[in-house]
Each structure stands twice: as C-alpha cells, then as structure tokens.
Design a protein around this ligand. Structure first.
Ligand code: SDX
Length: 427
C-alpha cells in the first residue's frame, strides 16, 4: 500500500493525494481544498497542539505508551546512572557524547562563565524580599541580553556557542542570587573548583566558612535531577523557546520566555504545587477526602498526568528510587509518606486509571529538593536550571532548520461580520 492519504472534499467532489512522511502529513497540503473563491483553503484546527507536530527534531524521543525517554538515542535511565549533567548537556547540544578532551574543554568553557556582571546584583536587590524566585529568574535572564549585545548575531556560530556557554553557566548563579536575596544573606561567588551541582550548592548555602564542601550524596542526587530535567522534546516551555526564537531575538530573551512558560503550575511549577498539595492534605487518613475532591473536579492531583506519557514517566521512576536513597541520608519526610500512599491509591482508582494518569517527573522531585534544604518556591527554578540545555539545543536546531520560519499560526474566525463605527453620542 502507498504511503499516501487520499482526501475527498465532499463539498466539491475534489480528491487529493497527500504523501505520508514519518507518520505525518503536511498541513499545507490541505490548502488545495477550497469551497469558494474567498476560501483560502482548508485549515487544520488543533487547539493546544494535541496532534500537531511543529517541527522535526533529532534531540529527544518519547514513547508515551511505553514510558520511553531517549536523549539523542541514549535511555534516560542509563544517563542518570552513568553520566553527569554537563556531559548530558554536551550530548543534547552537540548530538554526541564528548570524548575526554571535548568533555574537559566543555566543562572549562562553562565553568569560566559562571560569574554574572556585578550590576545584576543591584538589579536583584530591587526585588521585594518575598519576590518569587521564578519571577526574579525570568527577569534576570532577560536582563542578561542587555549585557551581551553581540548575542543578537544568532547566525554567527561563535556567538551562539558563547551564548550557550553563558546561559548554561549562569542559570545556577542567577538562581542562587535569587535565593540569597530572598533570605537576606550575602551573595556567594562561584567556586570553580567544584562540580556544576557542587558549585550551585556552594552559591546557595555557603555561609562564613572559607570553602564550601558539598555532601557528595547530595551533590550527586542534584546532578542526577539535573540530568532528568535537561530536555523533554516539544513541551510547553520548549515550544515557547522555539516560537519566540523564530522571530530571531537573542537567546537570552527567548530563554526568558521559556522560563515564563515553565513557571506555570501545569508545567514546571507542578513540583512546587505537589509539595504544597501534600502539606494541605496533611495526613494519610485525609487522602480519601482529597481524592474525592479531585474526582469531583475541584482540583487536580498535581504531579500526575502527562500530555505524552500514558504510562509511568520514566523520570518519575528514577526520582522515586532516589527519594528513598536521599531521604535515607537526610531522614524521611511525613509528606513523602503521604505521597507514596496517594500514588498507591490513585494507581488503583478507576478515575486515574481510565484517564491513564500516572506520576510524572514532578511528583517526587520536590521531596528530594526539600530534603536537600531547597525552599519550596525554588523548586521550579531547579527545573529551569538544567532545562536551559534542552531549550538551547532545541533553539539552535530550529534556527538551523531550513523548513522553519517565524511562527505565526492561523485561526478559525468566529467573530461577527463587518460593521461601521458608531460615534459615542449615537450609542
Ligand atoms: C511537566 O510536556 C512535557 O513534557 C512537560 C514536562 C517536561 O519535562 O517538560 O514533562 C514537565 O510539565 C509535567 C506535568 C506537570 N504538571 C502537573 O503535574 C499538573 C497536573 N497535571 C495536569 O494538569 C495534566 O495532566 C497535564 C497538564 C500535565 C496534561 O494535561 P492534558 O494532556 O492537556 O490533559 P487534560 O488536561 O486534557 O486532561 C485529560 C483528562 C481530564 O479529565 P476529563 O475532562 O476528560 O474528565 O484527565 C484529567 C482532566 O481533568 N486530568 C487530571 C489530571 N491531569 C489530567 N485529573 C486529575 N489530576 C490530574 N493531574
């Protein structure tokens, strides 16, 4: 059988053959079907892109039914087990794992860009003490574009390279500055002797000691969490990065848009919402009442469900195992006990089973962050830090994709027809 789609427009009797390529047909092929002179051709209506591919990509593959996640072909479980975040970021951006020299150069090039301009600290000082750190991160990432005007030369590969180094390197610095500002403690400078995760912990938690020494188990757990959050194909924030990037601003401005998208509780804000949800439930015996409320549509079980995964999110599997390890070191949490019982109940409840709602990446991650001493409102920030590698790899892929141009969707207009203006005294 041919790889084509035959479409007959019953309004006109016209039939067209559309090639099927990689499991998709081109939406523009349907423009051939018109029913009248003013008709610009048939459009495909797909609110929230439930079944619309906006691009081709070779970066991340997800099989939602099988619960499979691959970064450039490598299973997320193997990367979490054997790689580091910086090596994974290299893989996402370059498409291949680095050799020893490439890894050392990549780590050096990022490490030497961890500082931010001293004026950024004055910018952060302008925020209220209780400003949400995602609001600070969103603003400061965008502000970085004003320090690097050459970043607008996005088709100069060297400029793209240095922007990628700077954004991967400075996200932890901006995040830590936001945290230290929120608790009124002095800012810590990066310590380039430490690993990527170790330096983040240093900037977050160093007090008056000469040198911050991260707890190895905590440093490793954080690095694994960064690997798990590094990319996830065309999620909401990556779509924002690609869409804003398509008008060719500098990558700092596009990243600010991606941070804004990630901020939402339905996306990266879910890890914060999960812990606040468990605090609200309060005890295991109040789970049935909460679940009844969810089934009555009063609220959602945050950390559950996914647009693509209709099976257990493979990242959630890894994070759940890590939660046991980390809390074994730091001491367990009553909230984690509630989460475990809630997951058990939900996975046996028809409401969730019938909708294929399983724990996603955000269901257990917050308990680890909490055990690491990270405040709840910083949880989405910890999602943004590693995701910038994914956003940048997707951004660059989009820029170099000859099929891409400025994103400008069509619409189905349902408003009224033409009418003449009525002066105020006649209304
Ligand atoms: C992330 O896209 C990505 O890849 C994102 C991400 C990444 O790495 O970038 O994986 C990270 O954002 C994970 C998702 C984090 N968000 C949450 O945990 C928030 C809670 N989950 C949902 O709001 C929801 O599941 C979404 C937003 C994740 C997915 O929403 P969809 O695909 O649009 O599904 P839907 O809203 O159309 O829901 C389908 C049905 C509805 O019921 P009915 O109207 O058919 O009766 O399932 C129900 C929904 O009410 N439903 C839930 C639910 N999620 C969906 N009901 C209760 N609790 C939930 N969590």
């Amino acid at each position: 059988m041919p790889d084509t789609l035959t479409v007959r427009d019953n309004r006109t009797g016209k039939t067209i053959e559309i090639p099927i390529e990689h499991g998709a047909v081109r939406a523009t092929a349907f423009e051939q079907l018109t029913a009248g002179d003013a008709d610009h051709g048939l459009m495909l209506y797909d609110p929230a892109f439930m079944n619309t591919a906006s691009c081709t990509s070779t970066i991340t593959f997800i099989d939602g039914d099988q619960g499979i996640l691959l970064y450039r072909g490598y299973p997320i479980e193997q990367l979490a087990e054997q790689s580091t975040y910086l090596e994974t970021a290299y893989l996402l951006v370059h498409g291949e794992l680095p050799d020893a020299q490439q890894e050392a150069e990549w780590r050096h090039d990022i490490t030497i860009h961890t500082l931010v301009h001293e004026n950024v600290k004055k910018f952060i000082d302008g925020f209220h003490h209780d400003a949400h750190p995602m609001g600070i991160l969103l603003s400061t990432v965008g502000a970085l574009s004003t320090f690097y005007p050459d970043a607008t030369q996005i088709y100069d590969e060297e400029q793209r390279r240095i922007s990628i180094y700077r954004l991967i390197a400075k996200m932890p610095t901006l995040a830590a500055l936001a945290y230290r500002h929120s608790i009124g403690l002095p800012f810590n400078y990066p310590d380039n002797d430490l690993s990527f995760a170790g330096n983040f912990l240093n900037m977050m938690f160093k007090m008056v000691e000469q040198k911050y020494r991260p707890v190895p188990e905590i440093e490793h757990a954080l690095d694994v969490l960064f690997i798990l959050h590094a990319d996830h194909e065309q999620n909401c924030s990556t779509n924002a990065m690609r869409s804003v990037g398509s008008s060719h601003p500098d990558p700092y401005s596009a990243t600010a848009a991606a941070v804004a998208a990630l901020y939402g509780p339905l996306h990266g804000g879910a890890n914060e919402a999960v812990v606040r949800m468990m605090e609200r439930i309060g005890s295991v015996d109040r789970i049935p009442e909460f679940v009844a409320g969810v089934k009555a549509g009063k609220e959602r079980l945050m950390g559950f469900g996914h647009r693509v995964y209709k099976n257990y999110d493979p990242r959630a599997q890894v994070i759940k195992r890590m939660a046991d390890q980390v809390l074994g070191v730091t001491g367990t949490s009553p909230l984690l006990e509630i989460a475990r019982e809630l997951e058990k109940i939900a996975l046996e409840d028809e409401y969730f089973v019938s909708r294929k709602l399983y724990p996603n990446v955000d269901f257990y991650s917050g308990f680890i962050y909490k055990a690491l001493g990270i405040p709840v409102d910083m949880f989405p920030v910890l999602f943004a830090i590693p995701r910038v590698a994914g956003w940048l790899s997707q951004w660059e892929e989009s820029l170099l994709d000859k099929e891409q141009k400025i994103a400008r969707p069509r619409q189905v207009y349902l408003g009224g027809g033409r009418r003449d203006y009525v002066p105020l005294d006649k209304r």
